[in-house]
Structures are given as C-alpha cells and as structure tokens.
Design a protein around this ligand. Structure first.
Ligand code: BTN
Length: 255
C-alpha cells in the first residue's frame, strides 16, 4: 500500500490544504507543516501552531457504515497515545496495566499528560457515494513547543528521559492509524476497546448530564448524575444513572 507524504515549512492549515486539494491528490496522502498560520481546532477553535508542534493531516477514502464515523476520531487519538507510549512510555517494565501510560485520552479526542492538554484531533468526513467516505484527520501534538501550555519533550526532561523528534512520532503513529481505521471499517471498535481503555481518563468518572445534552434517546428532561462506564459499539459515551439505567451521550453533545 502506497502513502504519499507532503511536507511544507508553512501552510495556512494542513487540514484546509487537504480539504481544498484532496480531489487532485492520491488517496492516502499525509501533509505535514512546520508551522501553520490558520491552524484549525475543533468547534471552530484556533490551533496555535508554532515550530516544534507536530501538525499533520491524513487523507484517505474508507468504505464503511456511516454509523461508525465517530469511531474514526477515537482511532486517531488512540494511534497518537500508542505512538507516544511506544517512544516515551514505561511499558514492558511491569505487569500489563501496572504502569501509568505516558499520555492519556480525554474523551472524545484530546491527548493529555498530567492533567494538561498536549494534543488534539480533528476528523472531518464527507460521503463520496457507493458506501465510501473521505476522511481528513488532523493531528496536532505539542512535541517541542513550550507554548501554549506544555509539551512532550518538557514532560520527558522532567522524567530525565531522552527527548523525541516529531518525525519519529509521526512514523510511529501512521501504521497504528492505518491499522485502527482498517479494524473499524472491517469490524468495529470493540477489538480496540482494551487498548483504548488503557489510555482513557474516564472509567468510573462521575458526570452531571445537562437536561439539554444530546442523548441518544432524545432530550434528557432533567439534569442527571451519572457514572461513565465506557463506549458503545457506535461511539457514544455510555454512562449509568443512579437507577443503573444506561444513557448514551454523543461526542459533541456533552461538554
Ligand atoms: C483540537 O484539539 O481542537 C484539534 C486540533 C487539531 C489541530 C491539527 S494541527 C494539524 C491539523 N491542521 C489543522 O489546521 N488542524 C489540525
């Protein structure tokens, strides 16, 4: 399988570049930029894009059921934290699950270290007909930039470990991404659950669900206290209320 890698010193946004040019580029193209002048974050936010931050967007066409689309952002975030674990983690130095992962997932798609966001994922899909979707997955990871918050290399220095280069992180991430997208398209997210839950921050977390949150079964009616239990097959956040009734929350409906 061939992937095309395009690299630029500066772009407005790797995401925008692919949105505007995907039709003229080969399927499976990755665009990387050293800096961006108009980096895009989720929900219309800006992504601060200084040198040192790994900023890339991945374009590929995937044949899959539309209901599984929210899972692609989880797969992308999972690939990012797995790659970080591979390069920076303690894995293998104790029984499985005994060590805290180097970076964790804040649902739906933020990368966190010690309570601070160090990376994020933005997935955009467009239906292309015949059961296929065009995916443009953008990833930003603060590898070596102190601004705006904290970065991977600072975390590594604090642990007396060797710093990493953003190219290494990209190289570790891409095969994991490709694997995870394949699993989702062919099967579902469940083969990835175990890995995913190793990194995510929410098992057993208590939440207040607002009456106007987007619940799968319509509007909530009143505020509810719930405990997070996991993810549903098609990417909803699953939580249990006091009566052990399961509620499902959609990624963008719960802040
Ligand atoms: C978020 O946490 O809000 C998602 C941030 C995604 C940022 C990346 S940087 C590379 C790609 N190009 C963009 O303009 N945005 C994404």
């Amino acid at each position: 399988e061939v992937w095309t890698l395009l690299s630029a010193r500066q772009l407005a946004s790797t995401q925008k570049m692919l949105e505007e040019n995907a039709k003229n580029l080969p399927d499976r193209t990755i665009v990387v930029a050293d800096t961006q002048t108009e980096g895009k974050g989720r929900a219309g936010n800006k992504w601060i894009s200084p040198p040192g931050c790994l900023m890339c967007s991945i374009y590929c066409n995937i044949a899959m059921e539309g209901r599984k689309l929210p899972l692609l952002q989880y797969a992308t975030t999972l690939a990012a934290v797995q790659a970080l674990e591979m390069l920076c983690g303690d894995s293998g130095k104790g029984p499985p699950g005994s060590t805290k992962p180097f970076a964790s997932i804040k649902w739906p798609n933020d990368v966190y270290i010690n309570g601070t966001k160090v990376g994020g994922v933005l997935c955009q899909t467009v239906y292309k007909g015949s059961g296929a979707f065009q995916l443009i997955a953008g990833i930003g990871i603060n590898v070596d930039n102190a601004e705006p918050t904290f970065c991977i290399n600072q975390a590594l220095r604090d642990l007396d470990r060797e710093e990493i280069a953003k190219e290494e992180l990209l190289a570790e991430m891409i095969p994991r991404l490709v694997h995870a997208y394949r699993v989702i398209a062919k099967d579902s997210f469940s083969p990835l659950h175990e890995e995913y839950y190793r990194y995510w921050l929410h098992s057993g977390q208590k939440l207040k669900v607002k009456a106007d949150a987007s619940l799968r079964d319509g509007e909530g009616g009143e505020d509810k206290d719930v405990v997070v239990v996991g993810l549903s097959e098609d990417g909803f956040l699953l939580a249990q209320d006091e009566k052990k009734v399961l509620v499902e929350l959609y990624p963008d409906g719960n802040r």
